[in-house]
Design a protein around this ligand. Structure first.
Ligand code: F0G
Length: 415
């Protein structure tokens, strides 16, 4: 395999030097292979089942991948598409899809012989890097936007032993800083700018296609996913192109890639809707879905063609719509963090607006687990009720008699 610049076509060997972007033009790099596998070439489970599509046969593994493709019959009927499945990436070892990229990325770091790993993160990347770095016994540094990372994610990065640097700035500023550190040779960058991360994340697409076909006898029409840096969008598009190249997927069967962003952080949606070739950097971004609170999606040059050429689209949703979708998923037993629920919120909106047909088979990607952001979950969920330590009083309370919490509870209810 080799690295290929998507801007100028420059090709370079993968492991001679540590590079993140094209040494000629600074364009994004992607992994290229002499041969591309078909579904018959895969065996085993999880990310490394797909070794024939990856740069190595194995890597530092916890293990990752093999996540459920849930049926959600009530939500399916409510939104009104022919078939709705939820690919729950929150079921990975550290609770997000990032583990798929890290198992490959950390393997590459070992190959290169680097001694310090680093990333900027809205939280999940830092949790995954900290865990895989610990497993590989490598020093790990994470740069986080101060005050904007959900509690579960910081707890993970902390306990797995990463050095956590809280930057006075948003995610995009953190990524600028970590790119500088990488350029000065101070750290190996494991953000999705690193092309090997996306190789691991391709396996989301491979799992969806294989399972959906096994269960339904066809491939899904559309994959809806939350978009931050647009790494997954780029990775899924690459997955489809490679399968088409290998003759394993007919061009007409490629699922439409449909990206969802929060209204307060929607540069990709803006570019898709306005037909722009590039995204504009949003300096001010805000959303309850802190995982996708990103104003400068670095993988846009790879992801915009993916959305366009598969016939997909992009849509922005409000924080209220995200929270409603988080409750809807939770009501079917699927616990996700706010950014993940954006996919379902976006699908609901596109169906309501007639942009997505009710005859479609759709897979929504839910990227992170509910426990990643316990504060958002508790705020979206039911409030606990105070009851006395007395069974009869508890039964009265459940029967609706006003004893719950006593005078204090009643007073609180009034306030
Ligand atoms: N969903 C979750 C839960 C995420 O953590 C992220 C990105 C995304 C969606 C967006 O994915 O970047 O491939 O478009 N989180 C990164 C992080 C930025 O630092 O954890 P994308």
């Amino acid at each position: 395999m080799w690295l290929h610049c998507i801007e100028c076509g420059h090709a370079l060997p993968p492991f001679d030097d540590v590079v993140f972007t094209c040494p000629e033009c600074d364009g994004l790099l992607e992994a290229r292979y002499a041969d591309y596998p078909t579904f018959d070439d895969f065996s085993g489970e999880g990310v490394w089942r797909y070794a024939a599509a990856l740069p190595f046969d194995e890597g530092v593994s916890l293990p990752e991948g093999n996540t459920p493709l849930h049926e959600v019959p009530r939500l399916e009927a409510d939104i009104g598409v022919r078939n709705l499945r939820v690919k729950h990436e929150g079921m990975n070892p550290t609770g997000s899809f990032k583990d798929r990229g890290m198992t490959v990325g950390v393997r590459v770091a070992e190959e290169l012989g680097v001694d310090r790993l680093a990333c900027a993160s809205t939280g999940n990347t830092s949790a995954a890097l900290a865990a895989y770095g610990a497993r590989a016994d490598l020093e790990t540094l994470v740069l986080l936007p101060a005050g904007k990372v959900a509690a579960g994610k910081i707890a993970q990065a902390s306990l797995h032993g990463a050095r956590i640097l809280e930057v006075d700035g948003n995610f995009d500023a953190c990524l600028d800083r970590v790119q500088d550190l990488a350029a000065r040779g101070e750290a190996y960058l494991l953000n999705s700018l690193n092309p090997f991360r996306l190789e691991g994340q391709k396996t989301i697409g491979l799992e969806i296609l294989e399972r959906f076909r096994d269960e339904e006898g066809r491939f899904p029409d559309r994959i809806v996913l939350p978009v931050g840096n647009a790494g997954n969008t780029a990775a899924l598009y690459k997955c489809f192109r490679e399968l088409v190249h290998a003759g394993a997927l007919a061009p007409g069967d490629v699922p439409k890639l449909t990206g969802v962003q929060a209204e307060g952080a929607a540069p990709m949606v803006e570019a898709v809707r306005e037909g722009n070739a590039e995204t504009r950097r949003w300096d001010e971004v805000e959303t309850i879905a802190t995982a996708i609170r990103i104003g400068n999606p670095v993988n846009a040059p790879k992801a915009l063609p993916g959305i366009r050429e598969t016939g997909g689209t992009a849509v922005a949703v409000s924080d209220e719509e995200i929270t409603a979708a988080q409750r809807d998923l939770a009501g079917e037993g699927v616990g996700v963090e706010p950014a993940s629920a954006a996919s379902v919120a976006g699908l609901r909106k596109l169906v309501a607006e007639g942009e997505v047909s009710t005859g479609e088979d759709v897979v929504c990607l839910t990227t992170g687990h509910l426990l990643k952001d316990p504060d958002a979950a508790a705020a979206a969920g039911r409030d606990p009720e105070d009851v006395p330590n007395d069974t009869d009083a508890i039964l009265d309370h459940l029967a609706g008699k006003d004893v719950g919490g006593g005078l204090f509870g009643r007073l609180r209810g009034l306030l």
